[in-house]
Design a protein around this ligand. Structure first.
Ligand SMILES: C[S@@+](CC[C@H](N)C(=O)[O-])C[C@H]1O[C@@H](n2cnc3c(N)ncnc32)[C@H](O)[C@@H]1O
Length: 278
């Protein structure tokens, strides 16, 4: 089995405390709309989040379902240290947190009822070994859930050539860092290939526009801006992109809620499947 790279230096969001706090905010932003949508765990279920980062999503799941047995793994030790503290602060003790590579999970076969992934496979160039590992550690009858976007689906109105330039650069940056900006549309195919059954891959669209929706539009734009703005310097340094055009694309994006007639949207894909026992 080909091992996933252990390198984390190309990871586009980095591992600063500000970024870890942003992950916590991000999980709160998506709590009802996405993370808890259509999930139904039983008391005592064991759930593993692969690529759990700062423990933000484990925190949301653990608070909503206090009788879950939580586990998480991340390649970066500082993420796991932050996660441990964050979950303890929420009163979630005894979470099984491990530093390690998703393509070599440190759990025995058939350990979990659920595997949960979110905003993770977009950073992975070779997801197949990771999904094979997920399959191995899932119990027969267990469920896997993947949540990822497609960076081409972050749309704005009115159109802006400079925003398009920025969006192209973002997709290029993810590819350059070993990720996949289009992973959302591939999730179902990947689960089928990994041997899962009853595969679903639903596109959940979120669309906000000026009017009664204005605050939601503003919140959405600010949420995207919070992770997009810090990646601009990498687009300039690593890809040689035009600083002025990127700056103007970002400024236009942020001004969307202040324009008279404006809107923005994104699609997040939820793929789920079962490991059937034969
Ligand atoms: C954008 S963060 C998402 C964290 C978390 N899922 C959340 O939504 O808050 C992606 C995480 O994946 C981790 N990661 C990347 N490659 C990995 C690998 N091969 N094995 C385990 N973790 C990995 C990174 O270190 C990072 O913490």
């Amino acid at each position: 089995m080909e091992a996933q790279s252990n390198k984390t230096e190309n990871y586009i969001h980095g591992y600063t405390v500000e970024e870890q706090q942003r992950l916590i905010e991000q999980a709160l932003y998506w709590r009802e709309k996405l993370i808890l949508r259509d999930v139904n765990f039983l008391p005592g279920d064991r759930i593993l989040e692969i690529g759990c980062g700062a423990g933000a999503v484990l925190g949301v799941l653990g608070q909503a379902f206090p009788q879950l047995q939580l586990a998480g793994i991340d390649l970066q030790a500082s993420q796991i240290a932050y996660a441990r503290q964050h979950l303890e602060n929420l009163g979630l003790l005894n979470v099984d947190l491990q530093v390690g590579n998703a393509s070599q999970l440190p759990w025995t076969d058939e350990s979990f009822n659920y595997i949960y992934n979110i905003w993770f496979l977009e950073h992975i160039s070779n997801p197949e070994p990771i999904l094979q590992e997920a399959y191995r550690v899932l119990k027969p009858g267990g469920t896997i859930m993947l949540n990822e976007t497609d960076y081409r689906t972050i749309l704005i109105y009115p159109e802006s050539a400079d925003y398009r330039y920025l969006q192209d650069a973002l997709c290029e940056l993810l590819l350059d860092s070993g990720g996949n900006p289009y992973i959302g549309r591939r999730l179902g195919l990947l689960l089928q290939k990994a041997g899962f059954s009853r595969v679903k891959n639903l596109p959940w669209a979120f669309h906000y526009f000026q009017g009664e929706n204005s605050q939601k539009l503003r919140d959405f734009i600010e949420y995207i801006y919070a992770w997009l703005a810090p990646t601009i310097s990498q687009m300039i340094e690593k890809l040689g992109k035009d600083e002025k055009r990127l700056g103007s694309g970002l400024e236009f994006f942020r001004s969307i809620p202040d324009l008279q007639e404006s809107a923005a949207s994104i699609i997040v894909y939820r793929a789920s499947a079962i490991k059937v026992s034969y």
